[in-house]
Design a protein around this ligand. Structure first.
Ligand code: MG
Length: 385
């Protein structure tokens, strides 16, 4: 049975790999949306014969129109364009792999229409997780996690029921600065932080992996997706990225999911669930790897991770606040405006200063996000004054 999907974030690392999976398994791609890479977007739309294209960066819409001249592709742009793609009818699954909070509203739009979601945009569940999960439940919509850890947990849970979970073991590679202390990290440059040992990803998530913000966001994402408490999640540093996460059940049996560090495996599982078919990747050789190691994370050196765990415990709009501050801080770090350690300091400042409210409406969540961004911008200006 041929499946029809739409992809938000088609030119990014997840999007391009998803298209590879779609090609291999004859999945119909009806719409592609990209941030600013208009040339690759036009190429994808033509190659997959998609009916709709969206460019988030509105200044590039004329370029996209020119590139798609002579086709019947309907073109959208900006935030509203993402929502229009999310509201398309006849889509079995929408893959949301945009980066950042901007993914939240389109996710809600697609769920509202009853479209299943393959979710790679972790900020969606971090900021509006309660809203997303309750709307999905109400609409009978399935959310298939794409993040490798959450896909692993989802796979470990197959055939088991939620009330049998004792805890989730969320594995972390530890990032490029594992074992370092704050004095070692004070002069880290963007180029050093962008060099991840195991995974090849976009800039934002690579910096998040270096600060361990990524693991903090994943901690919150896991709480929302699998409806567990912060006490039911243990973060374990596992340098080899072979065990992608595990679940410990009430009988203390632990089921782990393993594989090579290739996002095509979780992407394909989310797109083809529950089928397991040949994947365009390499098999895992345990004897080549030899040994697996597991250690505790250092939440004192990595402020972002500590901030996220605290935000998870506080709940409400606190996760949206730490996420908003981080998005602004990461950009400032990449632009050379702040130091590596200041990312964590700014995230902690937002956690302390922005009052946590119940995350009961989209407006409340967006307000907390906005307040955190404004505070962070202001603090960055002071740093540079
Ligand atoms: Mg991950």
């Amino acid at each position: 049975m041929m499946q029809t999907i739409s992809i938000l974030g088609s030119t990014g690392s997840i999007g391009t790999q998803a298209l590879e999976v779609a090609k291999k398994h004859n999945i119909r791609v009806i719409a592609c949306a990209a941030g600013s890479n208009v040339k690759l977007l036009a190429k994808q739309v033509k190659e997959f014969n998609a009916s709709y294209a969206c460019i988030y960066d509105k200044s590039k819409v004329n370029e996209l129109k020119a590139l798609l001249d002579g086709t019947n592709v309907q073109i959208f742009s900006g935030e509203e364009g993402l929502n229009q793609i999310a509201r398309l009818k006849g889509v079995d699954k929408m893959l949301n792999s945009v980066v950042g909070m901007v993914g939240l509203v389109p996710t809600l739009e697609a769920i509202n229409l009853g479209t299943d979601i393959a979710l790679a945009n972790k900020e969606t569940l971090v900021t509006g997780g309660e809203l997303v999960m309750s709307l999905a439940k109400q609409k009978g919509v399935n959310i298939y996690p794409v993040d490798s850890e959450h896909s692993a947990i989802f796979q470990c849970l197959q055939g088991n029921s939620h009330n049998e979970i004792d805890k989730i073991i969320l594995t972390a590679s530890g990032g490029p600065f594992f074992g370092k202390t704050k004095p070692d990290l004070k002069d880290i440059t963007p180029a050093q932080a962008l060099n991840h040992p195991n995974w090849s990803m976009g800039n934002k998530i690579t910096i998040d992996s270096a600060t361990l913000m990524n693991k903090g966001l994943e901690f919150i994402e896991a709480m929302r997706l699998f409806d567990v408490t912060p006490d039911q999640i243990e973060i374990v540093v596992h340098r080899q990225s072979v065990v992608h996460s595990a679940v410990q059940f009430k009988d203390y049996s632990v089921i782990a999911q393993m594989g090579v560090a290739d996002m095509k495996i979780p992407i394909q599982y989310a797109l083809l669930y529950p089928s397991r078919l040949d994947c365009p990747t390499k098999p895992l050789s345990l004897t080549d790897i030899g040994a697996l190691s597991f250690e505790k994370p250092d939440i004192y050196t990595f402020d972002c991770l500590r901030a996220c765990i605290t935000a998870a415990r506080l709940g409400g709009t606190s996760p949206a606040a730490v996420n908003g501050a981080n998005e602004v801080a990461v950009k400032a770090f990449l632009d050379g405006k702040i130091s590596f350690l200041q990312i964590g300091e700014l995230v902690l400042a937002a956690l302390e200063s922005i009052e946590s409210k119940p995350a009961d409406s989209l407006e409340t969540v967006l307000r907390a996000d906005k307040a955190a961004r404004a505070l962070t911008e202001e603090l960055i200006e002071k740093i540079n004054a």
